[in-house]
Design a protein around this ligand. Structure first.
Ligand code: LLP
Length: 416
């Protein structure tokens, strides 16, 4: 379902007009649909029905407490990559035993906190990390449950900045060294080897590389079993893409069907999946207002009040995200606009060459901005980060205040 539909020419989020949201909370503002979030989460749950599983939402995509709360109430597990993300999910009441800790560079204090609260599993990405985690667990008299993240060396056909399963990427342990790494882990007294993990990249619009990666995992699982190393959990990461323009990404059901077909429904493994974008990406828009219209030599610029500090995906990955008017304008000539922010950088664009009929003061929405939008935003140019709002049918809730200026330099000091 698309929660962002027009009524009488005005864009709505569920039953709330985005004009009303802008009026209440100002712009720039991220707006999320509860129904869309729930629908996508449910799609993963249903796709894995009949199979022992845990859907661990990847918090990095959007860690707002309102969003986490909605997913937590639905029984979600969480994939966290830092102590900050761990504390966020605990703050909404998530059970530690539903939390997976992934990431290439976990600090000792982060490991300690995760062990203290009793998370479900650490995804370990190097031999060095095995030693470190074993030592931390030993110092606490605990055993750390671990999965090894295996790098399968497959090409997921996505933007190079978000491909993670190629042999020259910094992520995971090369599949060829997997067996050895598991032997090493097995010999460590304060680790409990429970699973295998893999994540090959993000915004995948086809599943061939995912299927290939699963086969690599399966081979390794079989080789381990021959050595008496029996795992109970397979975590296949996230990565499923969404539609930004005309992509036709597979559904969560197709994504999970491939998993079930490779391992068999009765494999006995607990299947863990870590979707981020596929849950929240299409559930959000970034609402912004046109401040200034101006003309350069051959180009027309619409300067809006959101910039690359609010949404960095276009600048960082040259990502194409749709930009639509909140109210369709009549009587204004449509032309091609460079939709840019107010920041002092030429990479500060949200969209180039967009055909729109615009006047100053108009509201625009960047579509599919629910994932890696707010979560990658910054205070560059001393700009307060945007407000965030959740719409639930006819109601709207502020789930993050727009930052106030004094907050931006809180904790900074002049010299004595
Ligand atoms: N699991 C691991 C270990 C990951 O590294 C990631 C994403 C995910 C799960 C969730 O992936 P998703 O389902 O969202 O594709 N900032 C980039 C995307 C970076 C993804 C990083 N890792 C963007 O805006 O496109």
């Amino acid at each position: 379902m698309d929660p962002f539909l027009r009524r009488d020419g005005i864009l709505f989020a569920e039953d709330v007009s985005l004009e009303e949201v802008a009026l209440c909370y100002g712009t720039p503002c991220y707006v999320y649909s509860r129904a869309a979030l729930e629908g996508r989460f449910r799609a993963y749950q249903e796709a894995l029905q009949g199979q022992k599983h845990l859907v661990c939402y990847a918090v990095k995509a959007n860690g707002n407490l309102g969003v986490l709360d909605i997913l937590c109430r639905m029984g979600a597990g969480f994939d966290v990559v830092s102590i900050g993300e761990l504390e966020r999910v605990l703050a909404v009441g998530a059970k530690a035993e539903k939390v997976i800790f992934t990431g290439t560079g976990k600090r000792e204090d982060e490991m300690r906190r995760a062990l203290e609260v009793g998370i479900r599993c650490f995804s370990v990405e190097s031999e060095s990390e095995l030693y470190r985690l074993n030592a931390v667990a030993k110092s606490m008299g605990k055993k750390a449950p671990i999965a090894l993240r295996i790098n399968p060396d497959v090409n997921p056909q996505t933007h190079p900045y978000i491909a993670t399963g190629l042999k020259d990427s910094k992520f995971g342990i090369p599949a060829a060294r997997g067996l050895e790494a598991y032997r090493l882990a097995r010999g460590m007294d304060f680790l409990e080897v429970v699973g295998m993990d893999c994540h090959i990249g993000s915004q995948l619009t086809e599943l061939d590389a995912f299927g290939e990666a699963l086969l690599r995992l399966k081979e390794l699982l079989e080789a381990l079993a021959l050595e008496g190393i029996h795992l109970r959990m397979v975590d296949v990461g996230g990565g499923l893409g969404i539609r930004y323009r005309d992509e036709e990404p597979p559904s969560p059901d197709a994504h999970m069907s491939l998993l079930k077909s490779v391992f068999g429904v009765s494999s006995g493994y607990e299947m863990v999946v870590e979707p981020g974008r596929a849950i929240v990406g299409n559930a959000g828009v970034l609402l912004m207002r046109v401040e200034v219209l101006k003309q350069a030599d051959a180009l027309y610029f619409a300067v809006v009040d959101a910039g690359m500090n609010d949404l960095i995906r276009p600048a960082l990955y040259e990502a194409w995200m749709d930009i639509v008017p909140v109210r369709e304008r009549e009587g204004v000539e449509a032309r091609l606009w460079e939709v840019v922010g107010p920041i002092c950088e030429s990479t500060d664009f949200l969209g180039k060459g967009r055909r729109l009929a615009l006047q100053e003061g108009d509201l625009l929405a960047v579509c599919s901005a629910g994932a890696y939008g707010f979560s990658m935003s910054s205070n560059y140019n001393t700009r307060p980060r945007a407000a965030e709002v959740v719409v639930d049918k006819g109601r709207h809730f502020l789930v993050r205040e727009r930052e106030s200026l004094p907050k931006l330099w809180e904790g900074e000091y002049r010299l004595p």
